[in-house]
Design a protein around this ligand. Structure first.
Ligand code: DUC
Ligand code: ZN
Ligand code: ZN
Length: 479
């Protein structure tokens, strides 16, 4: 069965045109006017609408086992919710327990993800180090199409990577042509502040942001950037939430370093006053790390996106319901960290980005899809409406409007951090792998229809350490 999207305006990151799109066999076959199309093609009328590459969310945690519980959204429900919002691919995280072989964890996550109904890929976390990790990183890059490795600089005593692990893993990533990525928060500082706050009797969610100050993120971002600079590996910083971290990225990029930054829809919209809500349930529902920040940081993040200092947007979609958050009723450090958003990211970014004039429509495509595809080396298979690309497409109705609510969302969680916000600009149709999967409120998904996307390694870059060694090599003295 083929599809024909007629009468819309195609928006790519590098330009827009009035064009029809013809889809066959899971791929975009043609983009243009007066296309020769089979008479039995199913027609989607896109007059007055935009036809854009489906969103790619580079940061989700479906069914993540974390902090003594498991995230409620699985790979099927999560990718279905994503499709309802116009997102057609996620990059999730394999997070091995310390001492667990990377390949073993990777196979477990691959098994869980088989039920996904959109395409997906994996970053793999390096949470410990020995020779087997070194070997498994090589197998993951060469055989499994993993080109990014994640490091949690926080979560001391659990999955935190210290500087020794960062050094070893960054060095290996460079050798393999892979990207290093970090959750940048100083885990020791967070741990110490948590103990101090608890000792003074501050046990509620209001203590959560106090235990994770902006400077703890700025310090970790700077440390990761400096390590990456010394080693020469490209670095991607997930969920940049502060001006402190952003300033470090701006400095490094200005210096010619390959450093990328991601902003979360939540961090762009929500401020830290949510943690002072009088109801534990409500305040706890917003507990995620890094936490929501004061408004000055939101303003900085928007400017970071507008200026290109931050290149991507994501959600850190990680769903825990009220009964799970209750584990931390008497101790905020036990509240499972995580909030949702995979369904809402595009409409939030459109409303508050394009709708306010902060972003052009093309920039919207860049920060929701194309830049992620480029940074993680799957462009132009993904991230663009072009003949030959995968038919992952959102037809976007800029006039459609709704008020976001947990009562009506498709996400498998009892809370929505954007509750009550009205958004204008919504997916009317979402096409995944050439099939229509969402149409005006109705999902038509199939468990397991999504595919795992391999991401090729990058050209290994010239090692900065070698560069230093070459520069400092003494000239032999002729006698
Ligand atoms: N932060 C969260 O809030 N949840 C999952 C992991 C993370 O880093
Ligand atoms: Zn994180
Ligand atoms: Zn995360």
């Amino acid at each position: 069965m083929s599809l024909f999207i007629r009468g819309g305006t195609v928006i790519n990151a590098d330009g827009s045109e009035r064009a029809d799109v013809y889809i066959e066999g899971g791929l975009i076959k043609a983009v243009g006017q007066d296309l020769d199309v089979p008479s039995d093609a199913e027609v989607i009328d896109a007059h007055g609408q935009y036809v854009m590459p489906g969103g790619i969310d580079p940061h989700t945690h479906m069914q993540l086992p974390f902090m003594g519980t498991v995230a409620t959204e699985d790979f099927f429900t999560g990718t279905a919710a994503a499709l309802a919002g116009g997102t057609t691919m996620i990059i999730d995280f394999v997070i091995p327990n310390p001492q667990q072989p990377l390949m073993e964890a990777y196979q477990i996550w691959r098994g869980w993800a088989e039920k996904a109904c959109s395409d997906y890929s994996f970053h793999v976390a390096v949470t410990w180090w020995d020779d087997s990790v070194n070997v498994d990183m090589g197998r993951l890059v060469r055989d499994e199409g993993v080109n990014s490795f994640k490091h949690f600089m926080a979560y001391k005593g659990a999955i935190m990577a210290d500087d020794e692990i960062l050094y070893n893993s960054f060095t290996r990533a460079l050798e393999l042509g892979a990207m290093a990525t970090v959750h940048a928060e100083n885990g020791e500082m967070v741990f110490q502040l948590q103990q101090k706050l608890l000792a003074t009797g501050m046990t509620g969610p209001e203590a959560h942001p106090l235990s994770r100050p902006p400077a703890a993120e700025g310090e970790a971002a700077n440390r990761a950037i400096r390590l990456a600079e010394i080693i020469g590996v490209p670095l991607y910083i997930v969920h940049v939430s502060t001006k402190d971290a952003l300033d470090e990225i701006i400095r490094a990029r200005g210096n010619g370093q390959r450093v990328f930054g991601e902003a979360l829809a939540g961090h762009l919209l929500i401020d830290d006053s949510v943690y002072r809500h009088p109801d534990f349930e409500t305040a706890a529902a917003y507990v995620m790390s890094p936490p929501f920040r004061s408004k000055e940081h939101q303003t900085a993040l928007w400017k970071g996106l507008q200026s290109g200092s931050l290149q991507t947007t994501a959600t850190d979609h990680c769903c825990f319901c009220a009964d799970q958050k209750a584990a931390g009723r008497d101790d905020f450090t036990l509240i499972p960290n995580g909030t949702a958003g995979v369904e809402d990211r595009l409409s939030i970014l459109w409303t508050h980005g394009v709708g306010t004039g902060k972003l052009t429509r093309e920039e919207f495509v860049a920060v929701t899809s194309a830049n992620t595809a480029k940074i993680f080396n799957i462009y132009p298979r993904k991230g663009v409406i072009r003949a030959g690309a995968d038919a992952d497409i959102v037809v976007w109705d800029p006039a459609a409007s709704k008020t976001i609510s947990a009562k009506t969302h498709k996400q498998n969680i009892d809370f929505n951090i954007f509750e009550g916000m009205t958004v204008t600009g919504l997916a009317s149709h979402t096409i995944s792998g050439g099939k229509l999967r969402y149409k005006e409120g109705e999902l038509m998904v199939e468990k397991g229809s999504g595919s795992y996307v391999k991401r090729p390694a990058f050209q290994p870059m010239f090692n900065a350490l070698e560069k230093i060694a070459v520069a400092n090599k003494p000239t032999p003295v002729k006698r």
